[in-house]
Design a protein around this ligand. Sequence first.
Ligand code: PLP
Length: 267
Amino acid sequence: YLFLHNDKLKASESFKDSYLLNGTSLYEVVRVINGKAIFLSEHYSRLTKSAQKIGVKITHDFSQLVKCIEILVEKNDCKDGNIKLVFSFKDKERNFYAYFVRHSYPTAFQYENGVRTIIHQAERPTPTAKVYNHKLRSKTNNLIAEAEIFEVILLNKLGNVTEGSRSNLFFIRNNELYTSPDHEVLNGIVRGKVIQIAKELSIPIHFKSIPYEELPLYDAVFLTGTSPMILPVKRINSLSFTADHQLLSAIMDAYCKLVNENLAETV
Ligand code: PLP
């Protein structure tokens, strides 16, 4: 793929920039549908806020980012996929990259029937770490899912089921939604949309820690993320949940509507 580096297109598949490989960086993965980056302003805002909190200023503005992505989509002749935005910094050096990343999305079968997940003791920083709820690139960040397992669910040191290695989690019980409090998880863009949907549809939503032992109390579980969007979970370890739940379907429909509205908007 062609990638953009500080507004210049480069036709290269290898990244030789040592800052990109070894420097500290913040990143965003943005979903592109029909040539348009979905919820780009939300991603830009998360990136900017994360950078601010660690004392780094992003010098590229939003309109530059929109233009970059338009060029990237056009030059790669690729209208659907995931784009990774990486902002890397070291000393006074600031670098910004955007490139397509290969990704396979869940199948129609998985959306209908749900996916299997397993629990793993979290290796992410503790909730008190300053950078915890930013999307900060680090080597230990993501655990790799095993065959047939779609996602690894993180269990923190307090014994709470928090989020997936690359997704957030929601639980349904008596037609009410539950999700971990903000300080325990990454502030996911799709998670934010589900919270917005819950408010719009007057679905009660509780922000509470979910101890592992409480899992059997829930009827349905779903995960959210830029790539899978909203995906039912049918298994966490050996515990089963239904993928066929009215509230879950209503939330999935409402999310599709939001995506379509975003697609129709002109930036
Ligand atoms: N939680 C973690 C740990 C993640 O890495 C991700 C995305 O990669 C998410 C949640 C989902 O975030 P978003 O909805 O912004 O894709």
